[in-house]
Design a binder for this molecule. Sequence first.
Ligand SMILES: Nc1ncnc2c1ncn2[C@@H]1O[C@H](COP(=O)(O)OP(=O)(O)OP(=O)(O)O)[C@@H](O)[C@H]1O
Ligand SMILES: [Mg+2]
Length: 531
Amino acid sequence: MSRLEQRAVFQALPDPAFRLDRQGTVLDSNAAAEAAWPGASLKGLRIQDSRLPALGGQLPDAFERVLAQRIVVTIEHESLVAGRPAHHEFRLAPLPGEELLLLIRDVTECRQSDKALRESDAQFRVVTQNITDAFWIRSPDMREVRYVSPAFEKIWGRPASFLYGNPHLWADFIVPEDREYVVRTFSGLTGDARTLDVEYRIARPDGEIRWVRVRGFQVRDARDELVCHTGIVTDVTERKLAQAELDAAHKQLMDASRRAGMAEIATNVLHNVGNILNSVTVSAGLVRGALRTSRAQGLKRAVQMLDDHADRLGEFLLGDEKGRMLPGYLRDISLALRQEQEEMITELEQLGRGIDHIRQVVTMQQSYAGRAGVVTAVRINDLVEDAVRINGQKLERDQVSVVRELASLPKARLDRARVLQVLVNLIGNASEALRTSPPEARRITVRAEEGAGRRVRLSVQDEGEGISAVNLTRIFAHGFTTRKHGHGFGLHSCAQAAAEMNGTLTVHSDGPGHGATFTLELPLEPIETLT
Ligand SMILES: Nc1ncnc2c1ncn2[C@@H]1O[C@H](COP(=O)(O)OP(=O)(O)OP(=O)(O)O)[C@@H](O)[C@H]1O
Ligand SMILES: [Mg+2]
């Protein structure tokens, strides 16, 4: 290359370039140098005395090395330019005649991106080494494992290197029951599925089973080309175990509450059927007694007598002493039989009503188990009478009288069995509360009236033992009783029945010795006005 050509190349270099003598004096500089230091007269300046003081000390040594060994020496220099770090690379090369070529290149950007890369690499390592979640990167066809983070070892109990060499080995670590499903799900990620989220069990070499959750993603570039797959693995063993425990506890609770529910239904049936059985037993006893002492036996004897004298009946009825009395005897018997029959019909009707009520109680309990209550057109005042009659024996035993204050209410649509159940319990309780009262005070008042807002109000009032303020707060609680043979079930089931009819059951008492009033309020759906 001619000197002229060399100079042309020198001038055309994009970075600032200087020709120096061995002391560092600038012999020549190119256009890029002039542009970098505009207005400065560079020629004759010693480069080590220029605005590069830190570098200055290193330069004379470098000049000597370059010229003595005829090598290229590169020095990198960091400085602050306008308050920001700047990096320059100084490249010194030997020229003929003890001269040197100095090229200065600004490498700030390059170094900064190097630094950023190094930092993000370090951060990546810090993150992957410290997060408890493991993650992996696989090739687009999934056949090659490109990266597995250190947490893999903690979860699987096997070194991550296992996977690099044997990319298919991961499936062997899955418990057999889950394997097929998981492998199928993963193969979806190489197809249409861009993400996956799957939980499965793995077996560690020590035999321990762990639950892992894997969230997998396809990684695509700007042109939507699949670059790799990545997955984040979380050890969810503890959550799974806690969930299993929770499920078991929930099931136990369900079983227990179902059993408790069945027990409550059974208690309810026994309690309410028990209330009615008394009156049924009494009616049945009366009918049985009446039949045993029936005058029908006398009729049998008279018929026998007529039979014995069948061949001379006229002579017997007119001439025989017994025969003459027979027609009168038959008339008496027929009258007695008619009376007996009427009494028995009344008792049998009561018996029938009692049995009907038992049937209703049972039906009502079935309605607890899903079926709705049976709502029929009911004459409220008839219900009161039925409730008093069912309690008949108890009222008689406690020598309690019942006063009725019944407004003329319309026939209404009500759940007959439920209302009756409440009234029977309230009257029964009131009767018991009157046991210790003087005979003249043993009185229950049952009221039926129309309340505000189309409601019917039924109340049972007694002048009995009364209720203390503290007991008022728990009187409807299941199992609360002050009676020796009580169950504490009656009022609880009544309050429940009231709620099921969209009604309320409330209690009022001015305290011990001042009696009590229980009031059942129900929505009134009149059907017709009673005349
Ligand atoms: N009219 C009343 N006057 C005073 N106390 C009452 C009255 N009615 C109920 N109680 C009190 O409320 C308690 C609970 O009544 P509840 O009917 O629920 O149960 P119980 O009558 O004791 O037993 P059972 O379950 O057999 O009916 C009674 O033990 C009694 O102390
Ligand atoms: Mg009771």
